[in-house]
Design a protein around this ligand. Structure first.
Ligand code: SF4
Length: 341
């Protein structure tokens, strides 16, 4: 069966300034991932700033062109979609951005962002039917239509504004939603409500999610499978339960070690310098990208890029520490993912 969305060896390289005197920046390196029509899945793409996760989202949405590789929608390269296919793509693939406030026009009531998709995609035959669809979508994400409609964006909390965005996406009954840091600008106390709304989209409405985040805690709460990126390359991938509880890649271990916990011996930020993935001039061009920061670096790490080793049925790690495991041969990371029971 043709996949709904497929990224094939997706790579994005940025030049460095108009004179290109320094090394190009590889923002994303050879990422192949598939989202099937069914079953609906939740995949977290996790990494710190500069890891390539937002570049990945922009490429999937067709907001940027890959340097090599391609993104296909129902088997057709995004750049080759005809008008009808493009329209269907815009309906099937929705996005929820990090900052819900930016999406709103402060001069319009909340109703406006919900009425727009209804009129653009002619979802209703009458105004009354449109209002009914909006009310249903708001109720589905846990908002009371009578307390939400008619208000201006600043009259809602950050969590409510983001849930209106989830309702907006739901109106179109998409097949997949790319949620790019959807809770990072929301108070911690309200995050759970948005996470719950996203989970409901998957469970009740059969919508797949690609959850892009720097936050391993919410990735663990929400997703089934996880892809950990470091400097645009896959560091570790697999069943979220095992990756988070028994991380293999030294970078994943440091990420997990940096999660704040009520222990004065493990203060937040202790390993910030190790987690810093922002690229620097003279960044490593050969060997493991993590070698300069890895506590377990070996000679081979500086000479050879580690392939992805399949260390267990549902996990794989790009690290020479696991070179006795078989190299992942599959074209797509999905061969490693668990399928939900
Ligand atoms: Fe560390 Fe080497 Fe593994 Fe890279 S390949 S993460 S440098 S041990």
């Amino acid at each position: 069966m043709t996949a709904l969305i497929e990224t094939r060896h997706l790579t994005k390289v940025f030049g460095r300034g108009i004179f290109k005197r320094s090394n190009p920046l590889v923002a994303l390196n050879n990422l192949s991932l598939t989202i099937e029509e069914s079953p609906p899945t939740i995949t977290a793409i996790v990494g710190e700033s500069g890891s390539g996760k937002t570049t990945f989202a922009r490429l999937i949405l067709g907001l940027a062109d890959p340097t090599s590789g391609e993104v296909c929608y129902r088997g057709v390269n995004l750049r080759q979609l005809d008008q009808d296919q493009r329209r269907q793509f815009l309906r099937d693939v929705q996005v929820i951005f990090q900052d819900p406030y930016e999406v709103y026009n402060p001069f319009y009531r909340i109703d406006h962002v919900l009425e727009e998709p209804i009129s653009n995609f002619r979802l209703a035959e009458s105004k009354a039917q449109g209002r009914e669809l909006i009310a249903d979508a708001l109720t589905a994400v846990g908002l009371r239509p009578e307390e939400t409609l008619g208000r201006y964006p600043h009259q809602l909390s950050g969590g409510q504004r983001q849930r209106v965005m989830v309702a907006r996406a739901l109106l179109l009954r998409p097949r997949v939603i790319i949620a790019d840091e959807p809770v990072s600008m929301i108070d911690a106390s309200l995050r759970a409500t948005v996470i719950e709304s996203l989970r409901d989209l998957n469970r009740q409405f059969g919508i797949s999610l690609i959850y892009i985040t720097h936050d391993l805690t919410t990735a663990y709460q929400l997703s089934e499978n996880i892809v950990v990126l470091y400097r645009g390359a896959v560091a570790e991938v697999g069943d979220v339960e095992r990756v988070v509880k028994e991380p293999e890649h030294p970078y994943t271990r440091l990420l997990i070690g940096s999660i704040p916990r009520p222990d004065p011996k493990h203060p937040w930020g202790i390993k910030e310098n190790v987690l810093d993935t922002t690229d620097k001039d003279g960044a490593r061009q050969q060997g493991c990208y993590f070698a300069d920061r890895c506590p377990e670096v070996m000679q081979i790490c500086r000479e050879k890029i580690p392939p992805l080793y399949q260390t267990a049925p549902h996990r794989a790690t790009a690290c020479h520490l696991y070179n006795e495991s078989p190299v992942v041969e599959s074209e797509t990371l999905n061969k490693i993912f668990i399928a939900r029971a």
